[in-house]
Write a protein that binds this ligand. Structure first.
Ligand SMILES: [Zn+2]
Length: 144
């Protein structure tokens, strides 16, 4: 999979939309909320992707799995028909939108990634602690 190359490309000269989102998320990490003005700004940048991301956050469909004892972190967004695996550090997601449009540079983030970033900043997600033995099984399912 092209995880490393996608990561490399994304980090060469960050897109303005990423900067705006990061800036707002940094502030939301402290305040645990989004101001009306920030929502409008995000909506202007991301359009429908923001609406879908906000719904996802509100419905608490962002999940964080921590695998002990090695504390490996995996983020999942529960979709309507399947789950999506998110790697925030690489801005990577397993959805079709990411594969076709983000890799193609038409957009920079799919709505799952936007949802994960917002949920993380706002603290609005569920955490599951699982054993390391389950890691392989779950990853296989999510990476499908
Ligand atoms: Zn996605």
């Amino acid at each position: 999979m092209g995880i490393t190359s996608a990561c490399g490309e994304n980090h060469v000269g960050k897109a303005p939309e990423l900067k705006i989102l990061e800036q707002i998320c940094r502030k939301a990490t402290e305040t645990k909320k989004l101001e009306e003005e920030e929502l409008t700004k995000l909506l202007n940048v991301f359009g429908e992707r923001l609406t879908r991301a906000m719904e996802t956050v509100k419905e608490r469909r962002v999940k964080r799995y921590i695998f002990s004892p090695r504390n490996r972190n995996v983020w999942i967004v529960v979709g309507k028909t399947r789950d999506y695996l998110i790697m925030p550090a690489a801005d990577f997601c397993t959805c079709d939108d990411f594969y076709f449009r983000v890799m193609d540079n038409q957009i920079h983030l799919c709505y799952h990634l936007i949802a994960q970033k917002l949920a993380n900043a706002l603290g609005n997600y569920d955490t599951f602690e699982e054993s390391e033995q389950l890691y392989g099984t779950l990853m296989k399912e999510w990476e499908r």
